[in-house]
Design a protein around this ligand. Structure first.
Ligand code: NAD
Length: 393
């Protein structure tokens, strides 16, 4: 099959196996070039391991520390006519490259919110690993079915409290235009907290503790985005921000509940990057394009692997990581500093369809977007016939 990108709005509906493998290899190379972690987790569970920040976490743990990794993801396998999702191909490539390097890895593909997948994970840990010393919680999902009630909740990306009028960039029409976003109803806020808040993170830790597979001094982190004034109305102070506040509550609760194990639970705030999750959020493609331009000009641009390698090297695994006033680890300090934000804001006030190419780095945004699905790598021959039937079993 010759595989070319099929883009529909903010998503690409297919993926390229060789391109995804190349992307995984680039992240592995980054970690190997930057050197081994000083503090090395041994057995790492990554919930949401196949793309974005979770994949970078798995790669850093495996190739930076030689850790055994067990990953959980929700990806579609290939059929005769359709490619798999990018996360499927990323996982296949990770497995191939980890086994070549002699590293243990297993991946469970299914709904992380369900009891069944938690149970399967526990059985795998008991059989293969004994105990887990690091748990990365990196899920981004539009819906969650509560495993006890069977009720399904949908997350919403809306402002809270008042209507918000702002600029946005329509990536399919290449135009900057005004958009009015209506505030969320209380039920929409509550449903978003059910999907993206801390409840499932807590359920994971509870199940792992009850099965006695958590090592003493175990560390866990869930990822958040805090941002600044430009993104607060649609992120930090919006429905998704309310869900992320619930992660702070959950982290405090986990630290209290598992003090006997000396477990440490942190929320880590990461910078905005192009991932499948962030490209679905209104305003983010425009914000990220302007932010890329500024941060590249200031030579402080970072992607997922730079952020996560930095997190693992400088903070998360230390006995006393530096924390903000709400006990969160902050990896977003460069993006959110006043100078960078002032430059992004100046561009934001001026940007329109005509000057978008000068003020923003949409080309860089789009390149990263294509790479999420394995497209746009200069080293990959996209004219070549390729078998989409790739697996990792
Ligand atoms: P992503 O879309 O790249 O990855 C999501 C992962 O979750 C994938 O591995 C997917 O398979 C998995 N997943 C989704 N639903 C699942 C389910 N029901 N069961 C099992 N696995 C499931 O997302 P991302 O952008 O890397 O986001 C990961 C975390 O990082 C999120 O909490 C997000 O809020 C946070 N974060 C993202 C950004 C950003 O700019 N992208 C910035 C800061 C923090």
């Amino acid at each position: 099959m010759i595989i070319k990108p099929k883009i529909r709005g903010f998503i690409c509906t297919n993926a390229h196996p060789a391109g995804c493998a190349h992307g995984v290899k680039e992240q592995i190379d980054y970690v190997q070039t930057h050197g081994e972690l000083k503090i090395k987790p041994k057995n790492v569970l990554v919930i949401g391991c196949s793309t974005g920040y979770g994949l970078a976490s798995r790669i850093t743990a495996a190739f930076g520390a030689g850790a055994k990794t067990l990953g959980i993801c929700f990806e579609k396998e290939p059929t005769e006519k359709k490619t798999a999702t990018a996360g499927w191909y990323n996982t296949a490539a990770f497995h191939q490259q980890a086994s070549q390097a002699g590293l243990y890895c297993k991946t469970i593909n299914g709904d992380a919110f369900s009891h069944a997948i938690k149970q399967q994970t526990i059985e795998t840990i008991q059989q293969d690993l004994g105990k887990i010393d690091l748990i990365i919680y990196s899920l981004a999902s539009p819906r969650r079915t509560d495993p006890d009630t069977g009720d399904t909740y949908i997350s919403t990306l809306k402002p809270v409290g008042q209507t918000y009028q702002t600029k946005t960039y329509d990536t399919s029409k290449n135009i900057v235009h005004e958009v009015t976003l209506d505030p969320a109803l209380d039920d929409e806020i509550n449903q978003t907290i059910k999907v993206m808040g801390g409840e499932d993170w807590e359920l994971w830790l509870k199940a792992l503790k009850e099965a006695d597979v958590l090592a003493e001094n175990c560390i866990t982190t869930a990822y958040t985005y805090i941002g600044k004034e430009l993104t607060w109305p649609i992120y930090g102070h919006a429905t998704i921000g309310k869900a992320k506040e619930d992660l702070d509550r959950a982290a405090a609760q986990l630290n209290q509940d598992y003090a006997d194990l000396k477990l440490k639970a942190y929320v880590t705030s990461l910078k905005a990057v192009v991932t499948q999750a962030s490209s679905a959020i209104p305003v983010m493609p425009l914000y990220i394009s302007l932010m890329y331009k500024v941060m590249k000009q200031e030579a402080c641009h970072e992607g997922v692997i730079e952020q996560i390698y930095g997190l693992f090297t400088n903070n998360l695994l230390n006995s006393n990581p530096s924390l903000d006033e709400v006990s969160r680890i902050r990896m977003d300090g460069v993006e959110t500093n006043d100078d960078i934000q002032a430059k992004i804001k100046a561009a934001w006030l001026k940007v329109n369809t005509d000057n978008m190419a000068q003020l923003g780095d949409y080309a860089g945004y789009h390149e990263d977007f294509l790479k999420l699905f394995g497209f746009g790598h200069a080293q990959v021959d996209y004219e070549q016939d390729i078998d989409p039937q790739v697996t990792w079993a």
